[in-house]
Write a protein that binds this ligand. Structure first.
Ligand code: NDP
Length: 240
């Protein structure tokens, strides 16, 4: 029987590419999303992948959402924690709400999804968890103390949970993407983006499919000896 994977924030951007890649590798895939129903409907119509709406920052909703996916598709074997938001601003302008919301969704979402899915993986002695961090969690970024802290936290979370999963066949890895051509980056003002691209040695933004292929590797059978690892996929922008 096909293994089941869930991708948070899976209906657009990097998440959508991850869903399609995992589906093409033989997983039965569920995509979670936060609120954009129209995008989710288009996604399901175009990919044939079922979409489930809940806020990954909400603990109870994440437990209930994963239980529903399990009921519909079978036990969850792989989780890709991809959902993420930005609420940028320099510290002196950043509100507590913007700090907290980014921590709640980006880092809290990883905890909530792991609480829902890790115990079953551990029992069944096979699992794959892939957390999407960021170059800005490795290097920091002006105007992003909230986002950089949450993404940096994801890299620590990954290494800690990897130690807990290792004996049970559950691998936990992270990807640290550089700048990828999605809606999130489209929100960056053009002059700022030009400066960013000038600093990328390969001379261009990354594509969502390039992150998806890295996730596909971590989720494969063949990657069973790879755990606690962070793969940088950033065009050489930050060699960590
Ligand atoms: P997008 O903004 O294009 O898509 C974000 C996805 O996350 C959407 O599906 C959105 O759902 C979902 N989402 C947002 N908040 C929630 C929530 N509370 N609960 C559930 N789902 C939610 O993002 P990208 O594809 O650009 O980024 C994907 C990941 O990659 C993020 O974690 C981001 O931080 C990380 N990343 C991106 C980089 C880039 O250059 N693009 C660089 C480095 C890291 P909905 O459509 O319903 O809003």
């Amino acid at each position: 029987m096909a293994r089941v994977a869930i991708v948070t924030g899976g209906t657009r951007g990097i998440g959508r590419a991850i869903c399609e890649n995992l589906r093409d590798s033989g997983f039965t895939v569920a995509a979670n999303y936060g609120g954009n129903d129209q995008k989710a409907q288009e996604f399901t119509a175009e990919t044939g992948i079922k979409a489930y709406k809940w806020d990954v920052g909400d603990h109870e909703a994440s437990l209930a959402g994963c239980a529903q996916v399990g009921e519909d598709l079978g036990p969850i074997d792989a989780v890709v924690n991809n959902a993420g938001i930005t609420r940028d601003g320099t510290l002196h302008k950043m509100s507590y709400e913007d700090w907290h919301e980014v921590m709640r969704v980006n880092l809290g979402g990883c905890f909530n999804m792991a609480k829902a899915c890790f115990p079953g993986m551990r029992e069944r002695k096979w699992g794959r968890i892939v957390n999407i961090g960021s170059i800005n969690g490795q290097a920091g970024q002006y105007g992003q103390v909230n986002y950089a802290a949450a993404k940096s936290g994801i890299h620590g979370f990954t290494k800690a949970l990897a130690q807990e999963g290792a004996k049970f066949g559950v691998t936990v890895n992270a990807i640290a993407p550089g700048y990828i051509d999605t809606d999130m980056v489209a929100a960056v003002p053009e002059p700022v983006l030009e400066k960013i691209v000038a600093k990328i040695p390969v001379g261009r933004l990354g594509q969502a499919s390039e992150i998806a292929r890295a996730v596909g590797f971590f989720c494969s059978e063949e990657a069973g000896f790879v755990t606690g690892s962070t793969m940088s996929v950033n065009g050489g922008q930050h060699m960590y």
